[in-house]
Design a protein. Structure first.
Length: 639
């Protein structure tokens, strides 16, 4: 812990530096004769990867109560003292709850009482984090510190799939920030190291950026990009169809046949069966021959023959008390204080037990092989809470269990190298780097067809690669044309996932869908490798939003602009794009500045641009309340 007696005893033993063409690594070793602590910082082009290890070099067991993944002090080094720092330092963090993920918060340190007292000696601290097996249930594991006067942001992100914490600490003039596993006080965590035993803290990523929060987040996203393992068609960001908002848990063979006839596998290659395909309840994972008279294997063959990649939903970490197999698996369930942990109707399989792994291999791995499904959506809809039995502390039991779950994800990838994994946890509650590194995509939210869907999708561009962020676009047969544009344009913030009344769309809705798909496929290079600048001119409410928003995602010579209006938007939306950009006019409509050639929006909306002082002023006219649009801009080459 910061300022603890055990930390103050550590003395530097060695400091080494190694270099390659792409990175620089600094390695510091410290010791007090009882423990040896090693800190590795690997600096890549735009971020640092931080690792901390501790080893018991004594002859007695040693118990840890906390171990940071990162700890940085002396912030801000550009401020000479308290007076110079007043109202210049701000905390950036992101709140998260169900269907309202990634709400950005910028807080002055004074409002957190993080300024020294008159004595200039007492310590003040603010701690936040998430406890349990949903690491993004209250906060994202992210901390940003902005020096407004200097225009700098330090940003940190933890790769932790279980309980974690961040802390801001102030004593005297300068601020310190740290983060790691949630400690004994906050996360019920202790870890005992036997003589010679070592332990590694979760990896952290850090950057410092001369600019705004969007730029700092873009640098941290480079770490996610480095950890990507692309399989199959993923480089092309295929569009997904997931039937959940079509059948609401009754994905029959008849529906699969009908929907696959309506959809084009060339335009929408992924076809996913979501929850409800099984007989019984969560935990049984038996084929439902009432829904699929010829079995899942025949369904998989049907989809493959039509050119689709077949996908299927599982929540294999849980079992409901109502499932048929519940009496037979009680010995495999996680306990706390000897009692089975129940959250709602769900209990949790203990992945540290060989019998559990044997069961999930039989139920999950074997079914994927047998039925030929090469896409799995792995959902997770309740949290274990503070921890579980089976280790020296509840928090350590939780950490070990989640690490075992991650190991099974890795096993799936090793056993089925072409398998696509979508990670989901009540929508977006596993959107942290260590789980994202094991997946091809992630569900960004469960805001299936809500007006807030584009708000969440846009805000998440700061925290998850858009190429991994799967966004629902649920179409309804009786919705007005304007709503169809609003819904489909949301998918341009990331990965477009279709659902809804796909069998009953009107002729005009099908035309709009084709327009969206055609432009989306052209937008893939920008979604895949661009950097986003977010513009928000809306109020605080997600459920009843007012105003408007826009995302400008730039990649080399193209920019993809996506915008949504909400209640009471202005007549014209004005915003700027750094640099000089132009719009491609259609040959049949050469009006200067209008972009029908590379755009997706309702008739009556126009887009104009004007160059001004090295920037491009964009004006969007004609957008009504709850409109959505997307369009391209092209960089103007300098002479």
């Amino acid at each position: 812990m910061r300022c603890s007696e055990s930390a103050s005893r550590l003395k530097l033993v060695s400091l080494d530096e190694t270099r390659s063409d792409t990175w620089v690594k600094a390695k510091a070793v410290l010791s007090d004769g009882r423990v040896e602590a090693t800190h590795e910082a690997t600096l890549w082009d735009s971020y640092a990867e931080l690792k901390c290890f501790i080893k018991n070099i004594s002859k007695e067991p040693i118990t840890l109560e906390y171990l940071t993944s990162f700890s940085v002090g002396g912030l801000s080094p550009f401020r000479s003292g308290l007076e110079d720092q007043t109202e210049s330092l701000y905390l950036h963090r992101f709140r998260s709850t169900w269907a309202k993920e990634a709400m950005h918060e910028r807080v002055p340190l004074e409002s957190l009482q993080l300024e020294p007292s008159w004595q200039n000696a007492s310590a003040n601290a603010t701690r936040f984090g998430s406890i349990g097996s949903m690491p993004v249930r209250e906060w994202f594991p992210f901390l940003g510190l902005e020096d407004e006067k200097e225009g700098l942001i330090w940003a940190f992100q933890l790769a932790s799939a279980s309980s974690w914490q961040m802390e801001l600490y102030r004593r005297h003039d300068w601020l310190s920030v740290s983060g790691g596993i949630a400690d004994r006080e906050f996360g019920h965590w202790m870890k005992t190291l036997m003589p010679g035993e070592s332990f590694e803290a979760p990896i952290a990523y850090a950057t410092v950026f001369n600019g705004n929060i969007d730029g700092a987040c873009a640098r941290l996203l480079k770490a996610q990009e480095k950890n990507l393992k692309l399989v199959g068609q993923e480089p092309d960001l295929p569009i997904i169809f997931n039937e959940f908002c079509s059948t609401w848990g009754r994905p029959s063979r008849a529906f699969v046949d009908a929907a696959s006839n309506v959809l084009s596998s060339e335009k929408v290659p992924y076809f996913v069966l979501d929850a409800g395909w099984y007989k019984g309840d969560v935990g049984d994972w038996e084929e439902n021959f009432e829904l699929h008279p010829y079995g899942l294997r025949e369904v998989g063959e049907l989809l493959r023959k039509k050119g689709f990649v077949p996908g299927i939903w599982f929540e294999f970490e849980c079992a409901t008390a109502s499932c048929n197999s519940y009496p037979d698996i009680k010995d495999l369930l996680l306990t706390r204080d000897g009692n089975i942990i129940r959250s709602g109707s769900r209990a949790f399989l203990d992945f540290r037990k060989p019998e559990t792994l044997k069961r999930v291999r039989e139920k999950v791995l074997n079914l994927l092989r047998y039925a030929g499904f090469s896409y799995i959506k792995i959902d997770y809809n309740e949290t274990i809470g503070i921890g579980c039995d089976g280790a020296e502390s509840l928090g350590e039991g939780l950490r070990q269990h989640i690490q075992a779950v991650r190991s099974f994800f890795e096993e799936l990838r090793n056993e089925l190298p072409d398998l696509l994994i979508e990670v989901c946890a009540s929508g977006g509650h596993r959107l942290e780097p260590s789980m994202l590194a094991l997946s091809s995509m992630a569900s960004c939210s469960d805001a299936h067809e809500c007006v807030e869907n584009p708000i969440i999708a846009m805000e998440l561009q700061r925290l998850i690669l858009p190429r991994m962020s799967q966004i629902w676009a649920v179409l309804r047969k009786d919705e007005p044309e304007q709503r169809t544009y609003y819904t489909l344009s949301s998918g341009f913030y990331g990965r477009l996932c279709l659902s809804g009344d796909i069998l009953d769309l009107s002729k005009r809705q099908k035309e709009i869908l084709d327009e969206a798909i055609d432009l989306y496929r052209k937008a893939v290079p920008v979604i895949r490798s661009g950097e986003s600048r977010l513009i928000s001119e809306r109020g605080l409410s997600y459920r009843n939003p007012r105003g408007w928003q826009a995302s400008v995602r730039v990649s080399e010579d193209k920019a993809l602009v996506v915008s949504h209006t909400f209640a009471n938007p202005p007549e014209t939306l004005f915003f700027t794009i750094p640099g000089e950009w132009g719009l491609s006019a259609h040959p049949d409509d050469p009006q200067s500045g209008y972009a029908p050639k590379g755009s997706f929006h309702r008739k009556g909306i126009s887009v104009e641009t004007r160059l001004s002082g090295g920037e491009t002023l964009v004006a969007v006219k004609g957008a009504k309340a709850f409109d959505g649009l997307a369009f391209f801009a092209e960089r103007i080459a300098s002479e």
